[in-house]
Design a protein around this ligand. Structure first.
Ligand SMILES: C[S@@+](CC[C@H](N)C(=O)[O-])C[C@H]1O[C@@H](n2cnc3c(N)ncnc32)[C@H](O)[C@@H]1O
Length: 300
């Protein structure tokens, strides 16, 4: 199975724009949620799938004595992050590593972030096991698993409701990913060695987020995803662009309403053994315990 079915879209310039707009839209509501984590002052924090470091840097600023490591598999994003956040380099580092097999010790991080990643790669169970492996007992994971059934637009021509009904349901299975990970992650966490499972929602709508910021997200999606949608679903590329343009026009229209509900999911690791998930094992997820991780029984 392709472990990175969205490789091209993730590396595209539209993704850099998207991550900038998403951070501006989501972080103001997400930031207060960090108060639920009891962290030591010199916390060790991992941002898994950090992209261009938008949030690694904000978290480093939020915790001024923390050490933050961002990992990703796109070197251009990592280079951009290193250049942008050079003033924080003494405690904010970026490395090329895959979330499927982190080259990191067990139980090393007080807080592990994984934002906007789980919906774009297969084996969510295995990846969560790997994130929990490197989280210390009593530490937290903080996830944004996107869910494309949580976008709502008014009726129109073309009707965005048809688009969101068709695209995630078809494209997910066609590319081996779960575009409804926002709701499905709960079951995965229920099977894992965690407690304090929490799901809050950041609401991206024109009341809470500037219309231009919201529109910039959908514009970036259009520019990056219309072509693959055309290939994987019954909606061809031109039609996909028309749907996206309708959504963008509505978001810009002061009379109209649209909303993207963004789940922010967290849980506290209760003990070192991570429950193996049947699906992840059966799927042969790439996640592996470290040789010295006798207590980790994640997907092997
Ligand atoms: C939508 S971006 C989110 C970036 C960042 N977390 C944020 O919230 O701004 C998803 C990122 O996950 C990265 N990614 C995909 N597969 C990965 C893997 N196996 N290991 C590490 N990062 C991965 C992509 O390269 C991309 O930069």
């Amino acid at each position: 199975m392709d472990l990175n079915p969205q490789a091209r879209q993730m590396a595209d310039e539209s993704m850099v724009r998207n991550l900038d707009a998403q951070a501006r839209a989501i972080w103001p509501q997400e930031r207060p949620l960090f108060s639920r984590y009891a962290l030591p002052p010199e916390a060790n924090i991992l941002d898994a799938g950090c992209g261009t470091g938008e949030i690694s840097s904000r978290v480093a600023e939020l915790y001024p004595r923390a050490r933050v490591l961002g990992v990703d598999i796109i070197d251009e994003h990592l280079d951009l992050a290193r250049a942008r956040y050079a003033p924080l380099a003494n405690r904010l580092r970026f490395e090329h590593q895959s979330v499927f097999d982190l080259d990191l010790r067990d139980e090393d991080f007080d807080l592990v972030l994984c934002r906007h990643v789980l919906h774009s790669i297969p084996h969510m169970d295995g990846v969560i096991n790997e994130l929990l492996r490197v989280t210390r007992t009593g530490g937290y994971i903080h996830l944004i698993p996107e869910d494309y059934g949580m976008l709502h637009f008014q009726r129109g021509e073309p009707d965005a409701r048809e688009f969101w009904h068709e695209v995630p349901a078809t494209m997910g299975p066609a590319t081996g990913i779960d575009l409804f990970s926002g709701r499905d992650v709960y079951e995965v966490l229920q099977r894992s060695s965690v407690d304090e499972i929490r799901i809050e929602y950041v609401v991206v709508d024109p009341i809470r987020v500037p219309r231009e910021t919201f529109a910039a997200i959908i514009e970036a999606w259009r520019d990056g995803y219309a072509a693959p949608i055309g290939q994987a679903t019954s909606i061809d590329e031109r039609s996909a662009i028309r749907y996206f343009d309708r959504m963008i026009a509505d978001i810009r229209n002061p009379q109209k309403y649209a909303v993207w509900m963004v789940p922010v999911v967290s849980a506290r690791k209760t003990h070192a053994g991570v429950a193996a998930s049947a699906e992840a094992c059966a799927a042969g997820a790439a996640t592996r315990s470290r040789p010295d991780a006798a207590s980790v029984t994640g997907a092997a």
